[in-house]
Design a protein around this ligand. Structure first.
Ligand code: CO8
Length: 264
């Protein structure tokens, strides 16, 4: 598949099973329009379907932005009925978040505002450069988050800070984002991609079925009660004990060697 608004590279740093997806509209600070969404849906579906690829990284091109939001110029031309009838924003969650069962990381290299912040928060975790700036400035446009920001940001950093950011449109820098648990790690700007690809390669080297299972369990903590989450965890654990990789992983430990994963 050829893309115009993103680039996709498999085995991005050698034969390591890492797919690198880059938002590529730097002239518009990688603003997210319908074309970008369509291409991202295809890219994530291809990543999910390719058994040789075991972790993905999403980043933004250019020095300034991961993504400065949903495309304001595109949205400005839409009527309320268009947003409602097209169920605008819904495919981000239904097509990308729900259908991508394998892990992916957002490498945030600059502005992650509005839909850009929301897209980063759809990732399994975020690694940010020192230059990253997160914000939900939709209130300045007379609207509000529409791709999950009011929910995912609040779950990540708590009500007080999320409310302050949504009501004022204030941007949060990388250091505060790490302190507030929005991002897993902050790294120097120049080494963001290298560090994130390295982390992705580590994940890609793990037993792939166990990676999906770990992701499913942690996500359950956001979507269920503790009691239901503990049941989900136990059942998934029990399923994993029947996998060939469980036998291989434990044998490899006992025999003091590296495991060789079958992914089943
Ligand atoms: N959409 C479209 N174009 C954009 C966007 C965007 N979100 N952000 C930046 N651009 C464009 C600019 O228009 C400009 O283009 P041009 O050169 O053709 O004029 C180019 O990118 C460079 O931007 P700036 O010149 O503004 O760069 P600065 O360095 O001066 O400023 C900022 C950088 C602070 C990031 C600034 O560009 C900005 O504030 N951008 C908008 C941020 C924003 O408000 N994002 C939220 C958008 S709304 C959203 O994401 C969720 C929508 C939910 C709505 C629900 C509706 C029902």
């Amino acid at each position: 598949m050829s893309y115009e608004n993103i680039t996709v590279e498999t085995n991005a740093s050698g034969n390591d099973g890492v797919t690198l997806i880059t938002l590529n509209r730097p002239q518009a600070l990688n603003a997210l329009n319908s074309e970008v969404l369509g291409e991202l849906i295809t890219a994530f579906a291809e990543y999910q379907a390719d058994a040789s690829q075991r972790c993905a990284v999403l980043t933004g091109s250019g020095e300034k932005a991961f993504a400065a939001g949903a495309d304001i110029k595109e949205m400005s031309e839409k009527a309320a009925a268009d947003f409602y009838l097209e169920d605008f924003f819904s495919p981000w969650t239904s097509e990308i978040v729900r259908k991508t069962r394998k892990p992916w990381i957002a490498a945030v290299n600059g502005f992650a505002l509005g839909g850009g912040c929301e897209l980063a928060m759809m990732a399994d975790f975020i690694i940010a450069s020192e230059n990253a700036k997160f914000g939900q400035p939709e209130i300045n446009l007379g609207v509000a988050p529409g791709m999950g920001g009011s929910q995912r940001l609040t779950k990540a950093i708590g009500k007080s800070k999320a409310m302050e950011m949504c009501l004022t449109g204030r941007m949060m820098g990388a250091e505060e984002a790490e302190r507030s648990n929005l991002v897993a790690r902050v790294v120097p700007h120049g080494s963001l991609l290298e560090e994130t690809l390295k982390t992705a390669a580590t994940i890609a080297s793990k037993p792939p079925m166990a990676a999906i299972a770990n992701k499913e369990m942690v996500n359950a903590a956001f979507e269920t009660s503790l009691e239901q989450g503990l049941i989900i965890e136990r059942r998934i654990f029990q399923i994993l004990t029947a996998s060939e990789d469980k036998h291989e992983g434990m044998a490899a430990f006992i025999e003091k060697r590296e495991g060789k994963w079958k992914g089943r």
